[in-house]
Design a protein around this ligand. Structure first.
Ligand code: SF4
Ligand code: SF4
Length: 89
């Protein structure tokens, strides 16, 4: 089990049509967000993503996009506003 941030706020996206199943995203992700199923990457645990962008930077096919740090920043801001508990750090 890995740290959770806010539910459904990660900007992580996969263009599965570009994915060649090389497993690089799975290898570099510190949060174990990725799985390979039927030779394609799958976002298996979106809410564990901390938007570090390691997967996007290492995907040679350009299949992954993520706005670095947005989810974490959002977690802190909403925590300060008292909207939701900060689980980012
Ligand atoms: S690094 Fe890119 S091409 Fe390789 S498995 Fe992940 S999404 Fe697919
Ligand atoms: S952005 Fe970082 S934490 Fe999120 S899926 Fe990619 S490597 Fe994993």
């Amino acid at each position: 089990m890995f740290d959770r941030y806010l539910t459904n706020v990660s900007t992580l996206k996969l263009d599965v049509g570009r994915c060649v199943g090389c497993r690089m995203c799975e290898k570099v992700c510190p949060q174990h967000v990725w799985e390979i199923r039927d030779k394609k990457a799958v976002i298996a645990d979106l809410d564990a993503c901390m938007e570090c962008s390691a997967c996007a930077m290492n995907c040679a096919e350009g299949a992954i996009s993520v706005r670095r740090g947005v989810g974490c920043a959002a977690a802190i801001i909403t925590s300060v506003l008292g909207v939701e508990k900060d689980t980012c750090c």
